[in-house]
Design a protein around this ligand. Structure first.
Ligand code: T4K
Length: 367
């Protein structure tokens, strides 16, 4: 019987390298609150990501909420229905009203041509998601934001290390949030960061993540506890050394899938947009239901062979009961694509023989 294969398998640094770092934590007893590994990791990450300013936080959801708080938004935020639930729940938890705008079928990101029609006097920001690490229409979104005086926030949970026009994708917008969850292309077990266009933005995130505490006697904003601890920071420092190696290993998996899918009937890999250097964080395929097979049939066939692909992102966020109050208008592209998408396993060390088996299972249905 073959082993279970999941959509991802976390990549870990060498334990022998981590142990001395743990010893130093045990020695110092500095566990959190901007310890030495935190400070080192924050600077190293800022440099690696070519970020104007960066604050570490404890996960990608906290990063979203910190960015929203730092931007001091009110009213409505235009966003996408095609994402992980945290994107929209962070808006609602921050007292903001999500306004859903449909996506483009080619990259599954918010459609800039539809944004302006959704702007009202209550709109304060546009929040796009660089889904699977593919860039939103950055220039078009910025132009709209400039015309209407809106803040631009990107949920960059998928975009670690991806580049667009030679520049780190995470470095665009007023704020970009990152996730270092165990399932992500760069993980610190749990973790995240907010990249800020300004030092003032970083100061606000720094305050927010530490209860709004300025000094022992001054607490100046309603904040939370969203700090990254020393263990995660030590892991992050080691992971940074491995980014390029991991990217290359993922690239090989990506290439093998693309070659194997070539010529299959009704099943295609999502294309990499122009001017993008991918991070290979996900491997989404799009299944054309007119072709005789369906996304769900492929999902089920893989599952029967202990391959656990994932329907990221189905169901559509706008269809979740808790977000129904915010649904206005139709979202035909997002609804259609969320029924056609399937993310195949991709991670360093995925056995090529297992990949070929996955391709054979798909090929049997997409003949
Ligand atoms: N914005 C976007 C666009 C996001 O995609 C996410 C997170 C966020 C914001 C929020 O960031 P965080 O607050 O999470 O930092 C997973 C992840 O939990 C979530 O981080 C991620 N997006 C989302 C797309 O996927 P699940 O519920 O599908 O994860 P789970 O536990 O089913 O894991 C998938 C597979 O990975 C498992 O079947 C086995 C493997 N796995 C997982 C974990 C956690 C392991 O082998 N080891 C592990 O430790 O949500």
């Amino acid at each position: 019987m073959s082993k279970d294969i999941y959509v991802t398998r976390p990549d870990l640094p060498d334990l022998a390298q981590l142990l001395p770092m743990l010893e130093s934590i045990w020695e110092s007893r500095v566990l959190t609150n901007r310890g030495p590994f935190h400070e080192q990791f924050e600077l190293a990450l800022r440099d690696y990501l070519e970020a104007p300013a960066l604050s570490l936080v404890c996960n990608g959801t906290a990063a979203l909420e910190a960015a929203l708080a730092a931007a001091q938004l009110q009213g409505e935020v235009i966003t996408t229905p095609y994402s992980f639930v945290a994107t929209v729940s962070s808006l609602v938890r921050s007292g903001l009203k999500p306004v859903f705008v449909d996506i483009r079928p080619d990259d599954l990101n918010i459609d800039p041509a539809l944004i302006e029609a959704a702007i009202t006097p209550q709109t304060s920001a546009i929040m796009g998601v660089h889904v699977y690490g593919n860039p939103c229409a950055i220039d078009a979104i910025q132009a709209i934001a400039d015309r209407h005086g809106l803040t631009v926030i990107y949920d960059g949970a998928h975009c670690f290390g991806a580049r667009w026009r030679g520049r780190q994708l995470a470095s665009f917008g007023d704020f970009t949030t990152l996730s270092f969850h165990g399932t992500k292309v760069f993980n610190t077990f749990e973790g995240g960061a907010v990249i800020c266009a300004s030092e003032a933005g970083k100061r606000a995130v720094d305050l927010y993540r530490n209860f709004g505490i300025e000094s022992e006697l001054v607490i100046s904003m309603v904040g939370t506890n969203a700090k990254l601890n020393e263990f995660a920071s030590a892991v992050g420092l080691l992971q940074l050394e491995r980014v390029e190696q991991v990217r290359q290993q993922r690239a090989a998996v990506d290439a093998r899938y693309r070659e194997g899918l070539h010529g299959m009937n009704g099943v295609a890999a999502l294309a990499v947009p122009p001017q993008v250097e991918p991070n290979y964080s996900y491997f989404p395929i799009v299944v054309d239901p007119q072709s005789g097979t369906t996304r769900d049939a492929i999902y089920d066939a893989l599952k029967a062979e202990q391959v656990f692909a994932r329907k990221y992102f189905y169901p559509l966020l706008a269809d979740l009961a808790m977000f129904q109050p915010y649904l206005s208008g139709d979202l035909p592209v997002a609804r259609r694509m969320s029924g056609q998408i399937l993310c195949l396993p991709i991670y360093p060390g995925l056995d090529p023989a297992d990949q070929d088996r996955i391709l054979r299972i798909i090929g049997n249905l997409a003949a």
